[in-house]
Design a protein around this ligand. Sequence first.
Ligand code: PLP
Length: 416
Amino acid sequence: MSAPGPHPLWRPYTQMKLAAPPLEAVATRGSRIVLADGRELIDGIASWWTAVHGYNHPHIAGAVADQLARMPHVMFGGLTHAPAERLAARLTALLPGALNHVFFTDSGSVAVEVALKMAVQLWLNRGETGRTRVLAFRGGYHGDTMGAMSACDPEEGMHRRFGAYLPTQVFCDLPRTPEQDAALDAALARHRRDLAAVIVEPLVQGAGGMLTHPPEVLATVARLARRHGLPLIADEIFTGFARTGSLFACEQAGVVPDILCLSKALTGGTMALAATVATTEIFSAFWSDDPAAALMHGPTFMANPLACAAANASLDLFETEPRLTQARAIAARLEEGLRPLARLSGVRDVRVLGAIGAVQFATPPDLAALKSRLVARGVWVRPFGDILYLTPALTVPDDDLDRLIAAVAAEAGAVA
Ligand code: PLP
């Protein structure tokens, strides 16, 4: 084996020996990324689905600059601050039902870890030991930390090699058919003594391949979890904040989860922040005279004031700018531009849900070649597996969106 090259920077999901060097970004504006060599790419995926307002929105930049001058960070143990208090109050007012208690962390994966810990400790606090597992769905993705990985699709290559180190969860197919409904019901019954919760990505399994499902499927998951007395954890880290055409995906199924995870677009994609929101019923199980019944979690940078200021500014934009209308307009354009590609022989499926459009190829393409052709077309679109997808900023101008769709269509045509 040759000695490793001089790479002080270790990159995500990357075989450092084989990968092409990354492109250097030097600036962002609107829905564009500016490269060091002066090229501008139209961003079709909003930086891993985060930048819903486009890049560099002056309202968020201003809020963060003001907060930076006042108090960039302060520890959250024993102290509180207005940006976090305000954000928690606004989130609980926006969310349906009794989702009234917000625990802030700094990434989606950790928001999921906290949700899992809430679920497990909830039962411990109620005096039921042994409920240490969650029921999760095949095709799911919940993050890269140990607990979150344990709830990801068990066959999926990225995490499979860690199997021996992870808690063993219970897996089912999403209940799309009466047989799958029955199988889920039976699994919940069979594991009734060892399950702590059910975890699901509402309406679309994102990193699992942009696998969409109708609201009725989510409603069935919620109904069966409730029938078996289990809390439902909705992982809205991808879907939250208008991506699916409603502010939160759960709304489309009329489902109120017991625990909800948010991140990504929470700050409009500007700062690392996540939230795990629990209902009053969940919170009550931790409300006790016993100090050991407290939720045992507390990341150093939780509720970072800069990130909370960014999130408050992002929520302002949802109030003052027409994001839901924009998401629905993008959906219509994706439908019109991508749906006809389903007729091509090289295309297995086309899926559109809100401002998410995915084309699944019949056979996995050469990803490295595809990625560089997309850059040559002036777009930043990152295929994975056999999927090429668009999740642009909700503010993407029409002609940029048309160029993104045209790039995807050209690639789909090329494999036909
Ligand atoms: N959950 C879902 C549904 C996600 O899509 C992701 C990230 O893509 C995560 C959790 C993990 O979030 P993060 O990458 O911020 O840890």
